[in-house]
Design a protein around this ligand. Structure first.
Ligand code: ASP
Length: 326
């Protein structure tokens, strides 16, 4: 008898050390709890793991608190380029899109690619056209912009124009008399990708990840989120994984697949494999971030090597558990 479970993340990063208002923190926790609960409901109604991760990531994309969909970060050219992927652990079917700027919900486009195309990965204009042909909602690129993210870009460009991942924290901002960051995790040091993994009542696993990338990234840059095996992976034989962090390092380490491979080839448990990748392997190349993972038995792992990660999980019939810091 399998108890279905879903786990989600809304990005990992450094803590905003400036006094964080309890209200703001509560806002993040409430959003995480609401979205875990929505995923649990899909599973409780007999929905598939694929449907649960699709719905959770769609809700995370629509929530401006997280850096994916509405509220996505800006590129160095003050544009948005969104990436997403989804994978079905039962069949290894996958779909991904990258560098799109007008598809409201990139995760839905990734799902269409998986289900209706003979290909796995579309980028740029081809991905946008495919999403439109599939009847998905197309929006003006300004839909993704929020004032908070624009200020973040301007701050990065002013203070550290070459950095794509910033080098200062909330404390430093306050010391310079600038407003304290509004996120519990320092928005300049946080990797705001969103993702979900789930196990359904049939024993099937699925993973989905969606992102705006990192602030001030060069136009055309693609991170790990849409790359099957790097930021997203699911295989019923082992586990489902969705990552967040310095995408380049997760690509170089093929991190999501590495967890599955460690389990398959060495017999490691989910927890052992996930800890090894996040706490031992990624740090050797200064890879920062974390991931959510679930295995075919319903074990959940939520490791991160940063100060915090927006995260939560819920088993069907139980209350969602959500957290930000260690
Ligand atoms: N991993 C993402 C990327 O490199 C960033 C993130 O996690 O927010 O695009």
């Amino acid at each position: 008898m399998i108890t279905p479970v879903i786990a989600i993340h809304g990005g990992a990063g450094a803590m905003a050390r400036a006094a964080m208002s309890p209200e703001k923190e509560q806002e993040y926790l409430d959003a995480l709890r609401r979205i875990v609960a929505a995923g649990q409901q899909v599973l409780a109604d007999g929905g598939s793991a694929l449907d649960a991760v699709t719905e959770a990531v769609r809700l995370l994309e629509d929530c401006p608190l997280f850096n994916a969909g509405h509220g996505a970060v800006f590129t160095s050219a003050a544009t948005h380029e969104l990436d997403a992927a989804i994978m079905d652990g039962a069949t290894l079917r996958s779909g991904a899109i990258a560098n799109v700027s007008n598809v409201r919900n990139p995760v839905l486009a990734a799902r269409k690619v998986m289900e209706n195309s003979k290909h796995v990965f579309f980028v740029g204009a081809g991905a946008e056209n495919y999403a439109a042909e599939q009847g998905l909602e197309i929006v003006d690129p300004s839909y993704f912009s929020t004032e908070a993210r624009r200020e973040q870009l301007l701050r990065v460009q002013r203070e550290n124009p070459d950095a794509a991942v910033l080098d200062h924290d909330g404390q430093a901002l306050v010391a310079r008399g600038q407003p304290a960051p509004a996120d519990p995790l320092d928005s300049d040091k946080k990797f705001g990708t969103v993702g979900a993994v789930a196990l359904d009542a049939q024993g099937n696993l699925a993973a989905a990840t969606s992102t705006g990338g990192i602030t001030n990234k060069q136009v055309g840059r693609v991170g790990d989120a849409p790359l099957i095996g790097a930021g997203t992976y699911a295989n019923n034989r082992t586990c489902a994984v969705s990552t967040t962090g310095t995408g380049e390092m997760f690509i170089r380490m093929v991190s999501a697949y590495d967890i599955s491979a460690l389990m398959e080839y060495t017999g490691a448990s989910l927890e052992q494999a996930a800890d090894r990748v996040v706490m031992e392997k990624l740090p050797t190349i200064e890879g920062k971030g974390g991931l959510v993972a679930v295995d075919a038995q319903g074990n959940v792992a939520l490791p991160f090597n940063t100060e915090g990660m927006y995260r939560g999980f819920g088993r069907v019939g139980q209350q969602p558990e959500v957290a930000i810091y260690r």
